[in-house]
Design a protein around this ligand. Structure first.
Ligand code: F6P
Length: 485
């Protein structure tokens, strides 16, 4: 598919199995479900929302959404803003150039932007502001993010669809105090903060200027939002044309997804293979092995994409799922992983499936290193498939570990856009085959509800009688240890 090669032959799927998988896809009405998504049907049933992130990368004249004009207008506004930051036309409150952009957000408001910003290089010419990411509500994280920064040359982008996420709001408030304590000018806020959110009212209340608020749409889920204004840091890094190429690569994958028959449809085949591996071949988890350090954030990004989307036990009809849903996704940067966890991939008691992702033509001149890296990628796939029937049982490796190899011609915005869209569609298809709603995430709510009373107990030292006994004991232990200091 265009800038990607998706090689399935190491999935061990023969003609009969392929025919059965294609039949399963047809029985699940997968091709119709794809069209329902692109049409804007409200397929996120538990939240009664359409799922139309694909509209953000569809050329303007083909856009289905009723918001087509607004998408166009807001995309242009975000790109103008990013370009002004990149080119030094938008300056701080004292007129100095912005040297650092700190992106504050978590989950889908962080993982995609971080992956793409680390993967893609700025075009030659003017050096854009450095980009730092602040996600976790850990004081060490904000201390590191702000270390060495000058408030006159620092810009903050607060990214939160809800503008209600505790971690993001706490970090944004700390960043605001940091700025105001040092500048002593409330008016500085307007020059140093932007918000990307579906809740503009909350962003305005926080103090962010109206012209620095950019929308996230109701019909774009957080983990599918890198194509929206959430991609602002990427636009700052690679510029207007680079961002357009990124969207273009994803759109190219969308076209493939909508038109290719199941047996040649890369996202559908990835999803079908995943289902087979988790449910019929005992794969306990799925590893994403990035044979290019620029893609080292890919496993983190895919963890949220797949596990938050399809890590469910209840189907859309309210019945319990009778099959394994999303696998645990994990992975690493290779060849480091080969010297760490590949032992388990080769000889562990439970099978693990894997994607091996590599780039054919690198962006450096160390050809020797690159050929070695590529050779290891191909050899690992071969070893995992072939195994070794050695006489010594300690040296024996069973093989038959299913893998997919994905090759990118080069790591360009276009190719990366296509790669991320490939995985988005894979996750959608897997959800459809599993009959779960891939677009909600109710499971994360309980922990959010339980945290505030614990925080209150930490602050006051008063543990309410209904507190869970282990939580109460841990609170006591924390108090005792603090009082000893
Ligand atoms: O808690 C999970 C979650 O809602 C993710 O789905 C989302 O990407 C993340 O939190 C951040 O949410 P927001 O963009 O609203 O801050």
């Amino acid at each position: 598919m265009g800038p990607l090669l998706v090689e399935f032959s190491r999935q061990g799927i023969n003609k009969e199995t392929l025919a059965a998988l294609v039949e399963l896809a047809q029985e699940s009405e997968l091709p119709d479900a794809v069209e329902a998504q692109f049409r804007g049907d409200r397929i996120n049933t538990t939240e009664d929302r359409a799922v139309l992130h694909t509209a953000l990368r569809t050329p303007a004249h083909e856009r289905p959404a009723s918001d087509a004009d607004a998408i166009e207008r807001e995309q242009r506004r975000m790109l103008d803003f990013a370009e002004a930051l990149r080119l030094g036309e938008r300056v701080g409150h004292t007129g100095r150039l912005i040297r650092t952009l700190v992106h504050i957000g978590i989950g889908g408001s962080y993982l995609g932007p971080r992956l793409v910003c680390e993967a893609l290089a700025s075009p030659p010419g003017r050096r854009p502001p450095d980009i730092r990411f602040l996600a976790n509500v850990d004081g060490h994280a904000i201390a590191r993010s702000l270390a060495g920064l000058d408030p006159e040359t620092t810009f903050f982008a607060v990214v939160s669809k809800s503008f209600g996420t505790e971690e993001t709001l706490a970090n944004a408030a700390a960043a605001r105090s940091w700025l105001l304590e040092r500048t002593l000018q409330p008016a500085a806020l307007a020059h140093h903060f932007a918000a990307i959110t579906a809740n503009v009212a909350a962003a305005r209340e926080f103090g962010i200027a109206r012209d620095a608020c950019f929308p996230m749409w109701d019909w774009v889920g957080g983990r599918f939002s890198v194509w929206s204004a959430v991609g602002l840091p990427l636009a700052v890094r690679i510029g207007r044309q680079g961002f357009a190429d990124f969207l273009g690569g994803a759109h190219r994958m969308d076209r493939h997804f909508r038109s290719a028959p199941v047996e040649r449809n890369a996202p559908m085949l990835l999803a079908l293979a995943g289902l087979l591996n988790a449910n019929f071949r005992g794969a306990s988890s799925h590893a994403v092995l990035a044979y290019d350090m620029r893609l080292r954030r890919l496993p983190d990004y895919l963890q949220q994409l797949e596990m938050e989307s399809n890590g469910k036990s209840v189907r859309t009809d309210g019945e319990a799922s009778a099959v394994h849903t999303a696998p645990v996704i994990w992975g690493g940067e290779e060849t480091n992983g080969q010297h760490a966890f590949h032992q388990l991939l080769h000889q562990g008691t439970r099978a693990v499936s894997a994607d091996l992702v590599a780039v054919v033509n690198p962006a450096h001149r160390h050809a020797e290193q690159h050929e070695r890296l590529l050779a290891h990628c191909l050899a690992q796939g071969e070893a995992l498939e072939r195994g070794d029937n050695a006489e010594d049982p300690h040296r024996r490796t069973p093989g038959n570990r299913p893998t997919t190899t994905i090759l990118l011609d080069e790591l360009t915005p276009h190719a990366l856009g296509a790669l991320l869209a490939l995985y988005e569609h894979k996750v959608f298809c897997a959800g459809r085959l599993l009959q779960v709603n891939s677009f909600d995430q109710w499971g994360v709510e309980l922990g959010k509800r339980l945290a505030p009373p614990v925080k209150q107990a930490l602050a006051t030292g008063v543990v309410q009688p209904e507190t869970d006994p282990t939580t109460a004991a841990l609170l006591d232990a924390i108090r005792a240890r603090r009082s000893r200091k």
